[in-house]
Ligand binder design. Structure first.
Ligand SMILES: Cc1cc2nc3c(=O)[nH]c(=O)nc-3n(C[C@H](O)[C@H](O)[C@H](O)COP(=O)(O)O)c2cc1C
Ligand SMILES: [Mn+2]
Length: 444
């Protein structure tokens, strides 16, 4: 598997894809159906998008199970694989022969020909959301991979959202004062490991991370109009440049917190060339959806969280940053914690990332990947008068609606562990698992 198509075939074989055959409108209908599929724990393949001949896929990486399928490992190993990805770089390699992503070349691009959705009810318009933006440091040969949502303004004109601390923003800031544009490319529908690598913050060439996750170099080809290597097996490549001295109002758009961003003046790009496979597939992500959360918050930060927890206890069973909590809530399970240890663990977890805000610690009989089990532990095991420790006045994420204007929030530790003697007295009721399908068929 080294491309979206191979991944899609594996997902289909595993029953992970809802095939949407009814025609959907790209304006606010596709996003609603994609959201329903994600919440039903499925990816979505839209065979027919009104006004377009190109199918759209979404939700490919919105669950740990699908991420594990992309990596070819069990769910329990995702964290270890992600943690190792930056420690064993595998550089890219030139693709042999004609690159699939350049089978068709369009020299005068028109973005209105592509099924780019207006995803959520209050999004300001159509956005490219799942494209991996590839840029290059003007001062070194390294490639940077990132997600930067792009609002569609015209046939060849888009916004490009680059937050202040992003690498690509640093590249552009160095050259914009001299009036230079920053060349970049966008890979739509690349190998899923390229999508995962784009979520990392790493100071080397970020193709190294994708190669490490795959265990083989990412095959690349030179873009047609600039000196940037693009993933040879991607579905579609946009080539363009961030324009010096130009800003335009961008947003609102559904943010990862599940709330809308404001509208602000942002950078603007011109698309100069589009190349694609024959019969290409467009890929998209819903703003604030589970895939946005899983890729943006979970895969790179769970290893970090695990490292901080393991630093102070050998009794960590598992850690999780659930996609339904914006990456702000960390859940940690411990096997037979020492008295008081759950709180030490929570303090360490709070130090692992500025976004971590609610830390829930449970015993290892709780499945931290099952929200119902976690709610059960909160409902039955917390001594609220002493198990909850709020910590006011701490630095958090300024997109958190509960923060003040400076991004200051209150954090909280919730100790939902039972001490050993209580666990022995109160044994969790667990019914043995059954294969329900057998019983429904009436097999004897
Ligand atoms: C789906 C998704 C959308 C994102 N959209 C944006 C965006 O519009 N602007 C931005 O600055 N960062 C956005 N991010 C975050 C960055 O892409 C991400 O932090 C990436 O690691 C940044 O790369 P860098 O650390 O190499 O600068 C998004 C992340 C995801 C997963
Ligand atoms: Mn980077």
């Amino acid at each position: 598997m080294n491309d979206l198509r191979g991944f899609l075939a594996a997902l289909r074989a595993a029953g992970e894809v809802h095939e949407i055959r009814r025609t959907v409108d790209p304006v606010r209908e596709l996003g609603a159906v994609l959201s329903a599929c994600e919440r039903a724990d499925k990816a979505a393949f839209f065979h027919a998008v009104r006004g377009h001949g190109v199918p759209v896929v979404g939700g490919l990486l919105s669950s740990p199970r699908r991420i594990a399928l992309a990596l070819g490992c069990p769910v329990a190993e995702i964290g270890a694989r992600m943690g190792a990805a930056t420690e064993s770089p595998v550089p890219y390699a030139l693709h042999n022969g004609p690159a699939p992503c350049q089978e068709v070349v369009i020299d005068s691009p028109d973005l209105s020909h592509w099924p780019i959705p207006t995803h959520s009810p209050l999004d300001a318009g159509a956005f490219i959301t799942a494209g991996v933006v590839i840029s290059r440091d003007p001062a070194s040969p390294r490639h940077n991979l990132s997600y930067n949502r792009m609002q569609i303004y015209g046939a060849d004109r888009t916004g490009i959202s680059m937050n202040i601390w992003r690498h690509i923003k640093g590249f552009f800031d160095r050259i914009e004062p001299s009036g230079q544009n920053l060349p970049f490319c966008v890979a739509i529908g690349p190998d899923p490991v390229v999508m995962m690598a784009a979520a990392f913050r790493y100071d080397g060439d970020e193709y190294d991370i994708a190669g490490s996750l795959r265990g083989a170099p990412v095959p690349v080809v030179k873009a047609r109009t600039c000196d940037i290597m693009v993933p040879a097996t991607a579905e579609i490549i946009l080539e363009g440049e961030v324009l010096a001295g130009v800003r335009q109002m961008e947003g609102p758009m559904a943010e990862f917190t599940g709330h809308y961003s404001g509208a602000d003046p942002k950078h603007v790009a011109r698309i100069t060339c589009i190349t694609h496979r024959a019969a290409p597939i467009w890929q998209t992500m819903n703003g604030g959806g589970y895939e946005h959360q899983s890729v943006g918050n979970m895969i790179t930060r769970e290893p970090l969280l695990a490292r901080f927890v393991r630093h102070i206890t050998p009794r960590m069973k598992a850690v999780h940053l659930p996609p339904y909590a914006a990456g702000f809530t960390a859940i940690i399970s411990l096997s037979k914690p020492e008295p008081g240890e759950a709180r030490n663990v929570a303090l360490a977890a709070l130090a692992a990332h500025v976004n971590f805000k609610t830390i829930i610690v449970v015993n290892d009989d709780v499945d931290i990947h099952d929200p119902a089990d976690v709610m059960w532990a909160l409902g039955t095991r917390v001594r609220w008068h002493e198990g909850v420790i709020p910590i006011p006045g701490t630095h958090g994420n300024e997109l958190d609606p509960s923060s003040d204007a400076h991004g200051v929030v209150a954090k909280v530790i919730i100790d939902a562990t039972l001490p050993a003697e209580r666990l022995e007295r109160f044994v969790k009721v667990v019914y043995p698992p059954v294969d329900l399908a057998q019983y429904l068929r009436g097999d004897s």
